[in-house]
Ligand binder design. Structure first.
Ligand SMILES: Cc1cc2nc3c(=O)[nH]c(=O)nc-3n(C[C@H](O)[C@H](O)[C@H](O)COP(=O)(O)OP(=O)(O)OC[C@H]3O[C@@H](n4cnc5c(N)ncnc54)[C@H](O)[C@@H]3O)c2cc1C
Length: 450
């Protein structure tokens, strides 16, 4: 087990409890971290890859327990289409191992550096096709847990309500150390692309939100452009080649952020800089999406594991009811323009959106009542970002947005209470039962879950 920061010098002095980061490499060590008499500072926060954009995975005065050393894929059952793995395995490693057996994860999930545990304990969503392709956690049939007081617990499909509470539980009910999930044979989809004005996109957003279509889009609010990526299963979709998807992923997640970061440094005149930035975005999306990728599958379209470029990206994601999205997207474009005028701040990367189906498999599902559109605002511009996300949270609140505890920056606890309503209250009761001493509760999460 790796620890950081601590050194004991006094012979007879009782040491304060140790804070810092622990990375247990096996179950016995993980259990020891959570034992009530363990010599570590509270609260304990579980961390996977640490890619969440809020403090849900932090514990500056307590202890962070990182799961990344527990990263074995234990079993791939190609007959029953299931996989069992430790929580610290990266999605990229899981996707690659499944592909070797002709299998894939259900749903299209980006961000391959995240861990399986993080992807089950917080929303892991993408433009999956079909009703059950929203969150990866929907596919879980069994979770093995170390409880807040260091005991073992098994949560299977037979305990439906408990499993529903553990999906998207943000590490508040215990540590997931192993999980079994349903997977499926690799299936090829066709991908079609269009560039539209925001008004035109808004006109057809309702039609596009059909559940048998995977919908992802990139919004350039200052250029009045939306690039739409529609995915469908076809009877005869043709071949899916991985290379074009790799180029697309490389363009979107490495080239664009790096070029924009450089432009932000070398080009002092904002109007010229932003014109250039938008032209490069439009050209990249126009070229890569419309000309390059026509057929794909969830393996090819998953992207690669990429630590550095993505980690430097700032993002905040909110979910809006699908039924209102045609209005919300226009309001969002106006909001971005007003903020630019008022504060001189704008995001340099396109916002990314996708439709997420209604999903009642998790108590804290953001689309429990109806399908939603997730809108992820992304930027490389640090200066002004903190103020921007406060305004964005206000905008989202005004338009009925649901915050994600792991991805929505600057949300108010009252807004979360309103969005999740009685389900949040029920979750809190379960949490108090499983963690009566608040060992897993940090101040950020206490605002909503105390
Ligand atoms: C550039 C970028 C793009 C992104 N795009 C998307 C996207 O398209 N779709 C999407 O859904 N997300 C996206 N994300 C968000 C992010 O990847 C997810 O929040 C991810 O699921 C978190 O996984 P992680 O391993 O990083 O977990 P962490 O961030 O470390 O933890 C997230 C939460 O899960 C809990 N947790 C972690 N592991 C465990 C465990 N073993 N047991 C119990 N609780 C645990 C933590 O306590 C915390 O509350 C993006 C992030 C970045 C940086």
């Amino acid at each position: 087990m790796k620890t950081s920061q601590f050194r004991d010098t006094g012979k007879f002095v009782r040491r304060p409890a140790r804070s810092g980061v622990l990375a247990p490499g096996n179950l016995a060590k993980l259990m020891r971290c959570l034992e009530p008499n363990a010599d570590i500072a509270l609260p304990i926060r579980i961390q996977g890859a640490g890619s969440a954009s809020t403090d849900c995975n932090q514990s500056p005065h307590g202890t962070v327990v990182r799961t990344t050393e527990m990263n074995k894929i234990l079993r791939i059952d190609s007959y029953n289409h299931t996989v069992t793995a430790e929580a610290g395995v990266r999605l990229g490693a899981l996707v690659a191992a499944l592909a070797r057996q002709g299998l894939e994860l259900v749903g299209n999930h980006d961000q391959m550096e995240r861990t399986l545990g993080g992807a089950l304990a917080s929303p892991c969503m993408g433009p999956g096709i079909g009703e059950q392709a929203g969150y990866l956690s929907d596919q879980v049939i069994n979770m093995k847990i170390v409880t807040a007081d260091g005991k073992l617990m098994n949560v299977s499909e037979q305990k439906t309500h408990l499993l529903n509470a553990f999906r998207l539980s943000y590490g508040l009910l215990g540590v997931i150390y192993e999980a079994t999930l349903r997977v499926r044979p690799i299936s090829t989809f066709s991908a079609s692309h269009r560039g539209l004005s925001i008004d035109r996109f808004s006109d057809i957003a309702d039609h596009l939100s059909d559940r048998n279509v995977g919908l992802k889009f990139y919004v350039l609010p200052h250029r009045d452009r939306v690039y739409v990526d529609l995915r469908r299963f076809e009877a005869d979709p043709g071949n899916a080649y991985a290379a074009p998807w790799k180029i697309k992923d490389w363009g979107e997640s490495t080239v664009l952020p790096n070029v924009f970061r450089s432009l932000n440094r070398v080009m002092p005149i904002p109007s010229v800089r932003y014109k250039l930035i938008d032209s490069i975005s439009a050209a990249t999306h126009g070229l890569v999406n419309t000309k390059l990728v026509n057929n794909g599958n969830n393996v090819a379209a998953a992207g690669r594991r990429r630590r550095t470029a993505r980690r430097n990206l700032l993002y905040s994601t909110w979910c809006f009811p699908a039924s209102d999205f045609s209005v919300v997207i226009k309001a969002y474009a106006k909001f971005c323009q007003q903020i630019l005028q008022k504060d001189g701040y704008r995001c340099d990367m396109p916002a990314i959106g996708f439709r997420v189906s209604r999903d009642t498999s998790a108590l804290l599902s953001p689309s429990f009542d109806e399908p939603v559109f997730a809108l992820q605002t992304t930027s490389t511009q640090r200066n002004g970002w903190d103020d921007f996300v406060i305004d964005l949270a206000q905008f989202a609140e005004n338009w009925g947005g649901t915050p994600l505890f792991s991805q929505s920056r600057a949300f108010r606890a009252e807004q979360a209470a309103q969005s999740y309503s009685t389900r949040l209250e029920f979750f809190r009761k379960i949490r108090r039962k499983l963690d009566p001493d608040d060992r897993l509760l940090n101040p950020f999460l206490a605002r909503s879950f105390q």
